[in-house]
Every structure is written in C-alpha cells, then in structure tokens.
Design a protein around this ligand. Structure first.
Ligand SMILES: [Zn+2]
Length: 179
C-alpha cells in the first residue's frame, strides 16, 4: 500500500511559500512537523515519512506548512491544497481567517444546485476540513466503505485521502494525497 504513494511524486513540491498575486503574507502558516533525512515534513504523529518511507527524526520542528494534498475537480481542474478554498457559483468571503485570504473557486451551476458560496475546504494545522457554508442544497460526502452522507448546515468534517464531495450539478471534488 505504501509503494503506490511513494512512486507518484510527479512534481517536486517545494516547501517554500509562494507569494500570491495580491502580495500579502509572503510566509504562510507554520506547522509542527517531524522531518526525514530528505527534509520531507510529516505530521508529528507519524513514525515514517509518507513521501519516501524513511524513519523520521525524533524531534518535532516548526516548518512552513507543506501542500496538504490536492483537489481533483470533476471539471478537470487540479488545485493544490496550499491554502483554503471557497467553492461556489459566485464565491466570496465575509470573514478572513488568520489574515489569509482563501482562494475563490467558481464553478458553473446551470441547474442552480450550487450556492454562491457553497463549501469551504479549510486547512487547519495538518487537517483538511470540509465546511458547509449553509448551502441551500448541501454537500454529500462520499467516503469509501461508508454510505454517502449529507453534511449538516455549517458542519465541518475532517477529510481523508480519497474522499469525494458532491456539490450538485454534477460537480464533485476528489481529495488526493491528503497526509
Ligand atoms: Zn522523506
């Protein structure tokens, strides 16, 4: 099971934060991590590196948070999880968390199933959370081995690798490489 992960490092993901077009917050959030000899950052609860399988150094250190996987959208778009996302038909944010602006991701909703700001993918520490934004038609979380489940209003769920969120209008998000 481990080998399927190890061989798929398609693009090297530098830990260096990249400055956004809006130019603020050049250094992103820090997390407590255990690193391997190659410098891969892992959640401190891990004993082995998820990228290369090496044993992790015993002491946890503060590092710039690495990418927490990515989102494969049913539209074909692939989004890196290096910042929070607000997804909807006409997304906006009313409240900025920790001074970092989430990325706004607009999706087409010809049937009107999708709310203006439908769902947020929020990064908190090492966790990737799926947060309902009081979407009118809600979001269905599909997890392997479990029946699909509709999020309650304002519910936040911790996402696992391979989870799928269905927003309506045939738009779905698949979460990949979640640590
Ligand atoms: Zn490693």
């Amino acid at each position: 099971m481990k080998s399927s992960l190890a061989g798929t490092a398609s693009s090297p993901a530098p830990a260096m934060p990249v400055e956004d077009a809006d130019g603020k917050e050049p250094d992103g959030p820090m997390v407590l991590a255990r690193v391997c000899g190659h410098g891969h950052a892992n959640p401190p609860t891990r004993a082995q590196c998820s990228a290369c399988g090496a044993v992790l150094l015993p002491d946890a250190v503060q590092v710039a948070r690495p990418r927490l996987g990515r989102v494969r959208m049913s539209t074909g778009e692939l989004l890196d999880l290096d910042q929070s996302l607000v997804i909807g038909r006409q997304p906006s944010v009313s409240r900025v968390q920790g001074g970092v602006m989430p990325r706004l991701v607009q999706v087409a909703s010809p049937g009107g199933d999708i709310s203006r700001s439908h769902v947020e993918v929020r990064l908190e520490g090492w966790h990737v959370m799926l947060c309902d934004l009081k979407a009118t038609n809600g979001t269905v979380l599909v997890r392997e081995g479990q029946p699909p489940r509709r999020l309650a209003q304002n519910e936040m769920a911790i996402l696992l690798d391979g989870d799928i969120a269905e927003l309506g209008d045939n738009i779905s998000l698949r979460f990949e490489e979640i640590p």
